[in-house]
Design a protein around this ligand. Structure first.
Ligand code: NAP
Length: 258
């Protein structure tokens, strides 16, 4: 018998699983959705308003032979999230992997930051993840299995001038991750965070060229990350191979926050 290389064996490690990925219409979330599908998972593609891009993500996933469906849901709206999770469970028969990726920025110095600017970013980036976790929690407990992966940021580890709201939300996600990890560890459910550095997406594309060059110069690997770099880490944490890893914060940043 010929032994297959390890990556062959692990290629379809998520077969039969269902993943719910928020913010999967674009950028990092889209790469995560595609990567989980490549591992064999069916995917609920959650987006805020960009239906065309969400449907495009679904088409690309469906072409690989697994099932994807798009769901419009503002993660900041608790009632909407309640309906979303019920619907995804009804459509797919359950959820195995929850990826809280949806996020926004509203960058300003604290001097100019209005309380609404602070709330808006916290509501989507932090409370949104709480809403999803709360709704999936009893489902995962009952199944005695589940994977929760929260997309934080290196900014949540080290802070960033002009991003007090965003850094607070991303640091809060780490506290949320570790608390949920402790609550659910005995139930076979893991909860981890990923802290990406500077990744090329619409979010960072909005920065001016000078700023982008300045950030890239600080990265030991001297290049921005690709959404796929984050997606590969998510696929690992979602797999059975990561079953003894919980409460971890994994930097995917080319060494930026080392
Ligand atoms: P992006 O390109 O701006 O995409 C944001 C995604 O979030 C879109 O799919 C958007 O949906 C969705 N979204 C926004 N508000 C939402 C809401 N209220 N409810 C549901 N979905 C919502 O962002 P990205 O760069 O891929 O970032 C993805 C995640 O990684 C974010 O949490 C971000 O903070 C984090 N991150 C990014 C970087 C980076 O360098 N890019 C670094 C560290 C961490 P629509 O398309 O429908 O608007």
């Amino acid at each position: 018998m010929r032994l297959l290389p390890r990556w062959h064996k692990s290629d379809m490690i998520l077969q039969g699983k269902t993943a719910l990925v928020t913010g999967a219409s674009r950028g990092i979330g889209k790469a995560i959705a595609l990567r989980l599908a490549q591992g064999g998972a069916n995917v609920a593609v959650v987006y805020a308003g960009n239906q065309e891009k969400a449907e495009q993500t679904c088409q690309e996933i469906n072409a690989t032979g697994v099932t994807a469906k798009a769901y419009c849901c503002n993660v900041a709206d608790y009632d909407a999230v309640t309906g979303l999770v019920e619907q995804v469970i009804a459509d797919f028969g359950g959820i195995d992997i929850l990826v809280n990726n949806a996020g926004i920025v509203c960058d300003k110095l604290v001097l100019k930051m209005k309380p609404q600017d602070f709330d808006q970013v916290l509501d989507v980036n932090l409370k949104g993840a709480f809403h999803l976790i709360k709704q999936c929690y009893p489902h995962f407990m009952k199944k005695r299995s589940g994977r929760i992966i929260n997309i934080s940021s290196v900014v949540g580890l080290g802070g960033q001038a002009g991003q007090a709201n965003y850094a607070s939300a991303k640091a809060g996600l780490i506290g949320l991750t570790k608390s949920v990890a402790k609550e659910l560890a005995g139930r076979g459910v893991t909860c981890n965070a990923i802290a990406p550095g500077y990744i090329s997406t619409d979010m960072t594309g909005a920065l001016d060229e000078k700023k982008r060059e300045a950030i890239t110069a600080q990265i030991p690997m001297k290049r921005p990350g690709a959404p796929e770099d984050v997606a590969n880490a998510v696929a690992f944490l979602a797999s059975d191979e990561a079953s003894y890893i919980t409460g971890e914060v994994l930097r995917v940043d080319g060494g930026l926050a080392m």
